[in-house]
Ligand binder design. Structure first.
Ligand SMILES: Nc1ncnc2c1ncn2[C@@H]1O[C@H](COP(=O)(O)OP(=O)(O)OP(=O)(O)O)[C@@H](O)[C@H]1O
Ligand code: SF4
Length: 264
């Protein structure tokens, strides 16, 4: 239940495929590594990739007397995960639902999961600003500490879409923690040299223009894609990588801002 959650972090992106689920899962795994009790809720009903990214594809959830029991990543029950993917029989099964059915499923996910005293709940949302987002925002009004992290890639077209996310957050009253630029250059796993394949710096410029914090750039790193599929944290497995540094700093900032009431 949301009243059991101290702080909610929404992960948003204007476009699909920019790495929103990778950021959500690595953020949840980093928080767990730093000793927090974390929940990861995947409300991307049409493309739930969290079970795959955390190597939990064969797991299923069930309903207990007080609501849905999430899947736990670890014996200590430090990371709880809930996704529509756990209710589908295979990754190829499609969710073909009209708006009201999607809305009611998201409400159930927000209201009826037994999270049990979480420090952080990370919510992986679908790309864009759909009905699902409005349902999430309406239900989160009761959570005292809630903010959004916007994920973009360096291409202009992705950055344009993030502008719409900023407007959406401002209209719905969700505070923005900051912007992350993903796939920002290619980091060679051999020598850590970073080569800008696309343009770079667009996320930072947008952050400056919109007066939002810039949370860092994650390069394209084949190890990140691989770790994600194995449910492993970059901060533990590749601690010297740029990706690991971005997530460590992000968790430090989130912890500090939580102490100050969660707002920027
Ligand atoms: N920095 C990175 N380096 C290497 N691979 C990455 C990186 N970020 C994401 N990927 C890979 O890119 C693919 C898409 O990432 P992801 O599923 O996180 O995107 P998404 O924005 O959540 O997509 P969707 O639109 O399905 O919600 C995945 O295979 C992921 O492993
Ligand atoms: S960046 Fe350096 S180590 Fe990496 S592939 Fe190129 S030359 Fe080799």
């Amino acid at each position: 239940m949301l009243e059991d959650v101290k702080r909610v972090i929404l992960v948003l992106s204007g476009k699909g495929g920019v790495g929103k689920s990778t950021v959500s899962t690595q953020l949840a795994l980093t928080l767990k590594e730093k000793g927090f009790k974390v929940g990861l809720l995947d409300v991307d009903l049409c493309g739930p990739s969290v079970p795959y990214l955390l190597n939990l594809e064969n797991q299923s959830v069930h309903q207990g007397p007080d609501g849905w029991i999430p899947v736990y990543m670890d014996k200590e029950q430090k990371l709880a995960v809930m996704s529509i993917g756990f209710l589908l029989s295979s990754r190829n099964e499609a969710v073909v639902w009209r708006g009201p059915k999607k809305t009611s499923m998201i409400k159930q996910f927000l209201e009826d999961v037994c999270w049990q005293d979480l420090d952080f709940l990370v919510i992986d949302t679908p790309p864009g600003t759909s009905d699902e987002h409005i349902t999430v925002m309406e239900n989160l009004r009761q959570v005292p500490q809630c903010s959004a992290i916007l994920v973009t890639t360096p291409q202009q077209v992705a950055i344009e879409d993030v502008r719409k996310e900023i407007t959406f957050c401002r209209k719905t009253g969700i505070s923005i923690h900051g912007i992350i630029e993903n796939m920002s250059g290619f980091e060679c796993p051999t020598c850590s040299e970073c080569t800008n394949i696309f343009s770079s710096g667009g996320g930072k410029s947008l952050a400056e223009y919109a007066k939002i914090s810039y949370l860092g750039s994650i390069p394209i790193d084949p190890r990140v894609g691989k770790l994600a599929g194995e449910g492993k944290a970059a901060v533990k497995e590749i601690p010297d990588s740029k990706t690991s540094k971005v997530f460590s700093e992000l968790v430090t900032q989130l912890t500090e801002s939580s102490r100050n009431g969660g707002m920027q």
